[in-house]
Ligand binder design. Sequence first.
Ligand code: PLP
Length: 354
Amino acid sequence: MKLHNFSAGPSILPKEVMHQAAEAVKELDNSKLSLIEISHRSKAFMDIMDEACERALRLTGLENKGYKALFLQGGASLQFLMAAYNLLETKAGYLNTGTWSDKAIKEAKLFGEVLEVASSKDQNYNYIPKEYSIPSKLDYLHLTTNNTIFGTQYKEIPEANTSLVADMSSDIFSRTFDYSKFDLFYAGAQKNMGPAGTTLVIVKESILGNVSRSIPSMLDYKIQADKDSMFNTPPVFPVYTSMLNMRWIEAQGGIKALGEKNAVKAALIYGEIDRNSLFEGFANKEDRSEMNATFNLKDSALSEAFDGLCQTAGISGLKGHRSVGGYRASMYNALPIESVEVLVNCMQILEEKY
Ligand SMILES: *Cc1c(COP(=O)(O)O)cnc(C)c1O
C-alpha cells in the first residue's frame, strides 16, 4: 500500500501511469529498446512528442485555433524570463498573488517596465485581488491561476484588453475554463501533469516574433515552435510520462470529469476545516484553491498529536510551506477521494480527543 500523497510537487501521479512509465524505461512497446536509450529523432519518439502536443491542445480545447504546444526544459521558473524575453517590448502588467508571481515579476523587470497592477502581499497573499483597473497599452498581463503555496485560485479569469499570459503550473488540466482567453500559458510538469523535467508551454503563434530584441535560440519560442520542441534533445522521460498522464486524463472523461471530482474533494476538506473547532483555513473563503488547501491548527500545541495521527494513517506531504506554516493538502487530479477521507477522519479523531 502506498502512502496518501498530499505533496505539493513533485506530486502524485496515477498508478497506471507510473507503472507504464516504469515499463517503458525497461522496454518501450516491445521494441527491444528502452525509452531512454533511443534517438529522440526516431519515429517512436517523434510519435510520442506529437501525441503529447496533440493531447495538450485537445484537452485545453485549442486544436486548430492557431496555438502551438511545446515541451521545454528549465521549469516554470525559466518561463518567468522567457515570456518576458519574447513578449515584453515596453510595458507589461503583473498581478502579484504570491511567491511565484513575485518571482515572475523580478525576471520580467530585466526586459522592460513592469507594472504591478494589483497585489495581495499586504495580507501574506491570502486572497485574490479584485478591485483594480488594468491600464491600456500593456504588452500583456501576467497572472498565476493557482497559488500553490498560499492556496488561492482565480475563480474567474480577469477581463483584460490585452494579451493574457498565465502560470498554470499547479492547476493545469484540473478544471474547465476557456483556455482561449490566454495567448500564452505554461506549467511545470511536476504538479499536475508528470515528472519534473519538462514544462508545457501553449502559445498563440501570432503573438511571436513581435519584439525588437534578438533572442538566444534556446529561449526563443519561435525557434522552439518551428523545431517542434526538438531544437535540442528534449527530456524524453518527462515528455513520455506526461503524455501517458494526458491519455489517463482523457480516459477519465477529460478535464470536465476530473474537475467535478476535484470540486468534491475540495468541498470535503474545506467543509471539515470550517466545521472542526480545532482548525482554521488560511485563504480567503471565496478564493480557496481546489488544488492546495492551506489550514492551521488554532492551538499549535496540538500539532504533535495531529502529526502523529496523520503519520499512523499513512498521510504524507501535508506540511505547509514555510512562508505560511501549518498544513497544506495538495489534491491534484491523481489523488483519490479516499485519501481526503482519511485526512478528514484524522481531523475528526483529533477533535474527539481534545
Ligand atoms: C512549483 C511552481 C513553480 C516553479 O516551478 P519550477 O518548475 O520548479 O520552476 C512556478 N509557479 C507555480 C505556480 C508553481 O506551483
